[in-house]
Design a protein. Structure first.
Length: 389
């Protein structure tokens, strides 16, 4: 009967398949929520603090001990190990007990006062990028302060006043005023890109799986017949439940990020909400494109997993895309997450007019329309009903 066919029938059928599948419930609901909760918990402090380091004080003078106390007073640094042997400190770093080693040479105070310019040496474990870079910042700061302190003491010993010495020791006074994220909160920066990236990756894979499972179970033709033979009704009826489900998840994530945690949202709620909706549609279009290109369930799923993971690297939030090779920089715009990241920076952090992000909104929707263009190939894939083991 005609009343038993159409997009609504496919829509209801797909909801029943989702709710009756443990894989769908765990993969599309439980896994994103657990991952989001874990990321928020890991970065709840905003910035890592009390990162353990080792100090090798070979001078053990009043000056060197004062320097060590000043380093330990930094919020991000926690001196957990002191030794007179660099070898012992290195072993601790290799074991993962400390993330950096700060070494003060012998005769440090004596050489500093006599003008021999002793060298403070420090090492960081950059296998842990965030902790390594933060420790490097603290250790470099304390080294510069030590040099300035010694210079100030030498100048005062020669009869100069602090007013005369400070323009020489620090000719330029630097004031840092970070925009967008003045707290330097890693959660503000990372969770607002990692969370959409996880949504994109999971949804692209489940879009492919929703069609591939029909072929695997030999129900491809039956599925198309339920839509009255209309490819458009069949595809929209199948992907619409996933769109609704992930949009509801996105609304929950946005409420936690922007209302509960009060993360920056300078252009208001609707520009970023629309960006999430565009990202969801782009993920579905991305999945349809891969299915049309490969025409194989397993290969399409593998490609979605690979390209989805590459998105996290090539997007530019961990390493600037503009600093990559020109080829990689150009390729980065072929990944939907790149456009979402630029929308987030412009709208949530910088708060510029949404028209300046119109190109990126259009690019996200473009991925969805490219997926719709490939519906014919997806229809052929469904009619073949051949699943390759």
């Amino acid at each position: 009967m005609a009343s038993e066919k159409g997009m609504w029938v496919v829509f209801v059928r797909e909801w029943k398949r989702i709710l009756s599948s443990k894989i769908c419930i765990w993969g599309m609901i439980v896994a994103p929520l657990l991952t989001f909760g874990l990321l928020m918990y890991m970065m709840h402090a905003g910035l890592p603090t009390k990162i353990p380091i080792a100090v090798v004080d070979l001078d053990n003078s009043l000056t060197s001990r004062s320097l060590v106390r000043q380093l330990d007073a930094f919020a991000k640094t926690d001196i957990k190990f002191k030794s007179l042997s660099f070898k012992e400190a290195r072993v601790e770093m290799e074991r993962g007990q400390v993330y950096g080693v700060f070494t003060i040479p012998r005769n440090f105070a004596k050489d500093a006062i006599s003008g021999n310019r002793p060298k403070i040496v420090f090492y960081t474990n950059n296998a842990f990028l965030i902790s390594g870079s933060l420790l490097f910042q603290d250790m470099k700061t304390i080294s510069v302060l030590a040099s300035a302190s010694v210079g100030l003491r030498m100048g005062e010993a020669k009869g100069y006043t602090q007013g005369q010495l400070m323009p020489i020791i620090q000719p330029i006074s630097i004031e840092a005023h970070p925009i967008g994220n003045p707290w330097l909160n890693y959660s503000v920066y990372l969770n607002n890109v990692l969370t959409p990236g996880i949504i994109f990756l999971i949804l692209a894979m489940f879009t492919i799986s929703s069609f591939g499972s029909e072929v695997k179970m030999g129900t491809g033709r039956k599925f198309l017949d339920l839509a009255g033979g209309s490819t458009v009704k069949a595809i929209f009826g199948k992907i619409l439940p996933y769109t609704i489900l992930f949009f509801v998840l996105s609304l929950f994530f946005m409420s936690v990020l922007y209302y509960y945690n009060n993360f920056p949202l300078n252009s208001g709620f609707f520009p970023i909400c629309f960006a999430y909706l565009c990202l969801i549609l782009s993920a579905q279009g991305f999945g349809l494109m891969l299915l049309a290109v490969f025409g194989n369930y397993r290969l399409s799923l593998s490609a979605a997993s690979l390209l989805g993971m590459i998105s996290f690297s090539i997007t530019g939030f961990s390493f600037p895309s503009i600093a990559m090779s020109p080829v990689l920089y150009a390729l980065s715009f072929l990944f939907p997450l790149r456009h979402f990241f630029l929308i987030y920076v412009d709208q949530a952090l910088n708060g510029i007019a949404w028209q300046y992000s119109a190109y990126h909104y259009a690019a996200l929707l473009g991925f969805f329309f490219l997926g719709l263009i490939s519906m014919g190939r997806v229809r052929n894939f469904m009619y073949e009903n051949v699943y390759e083991e």
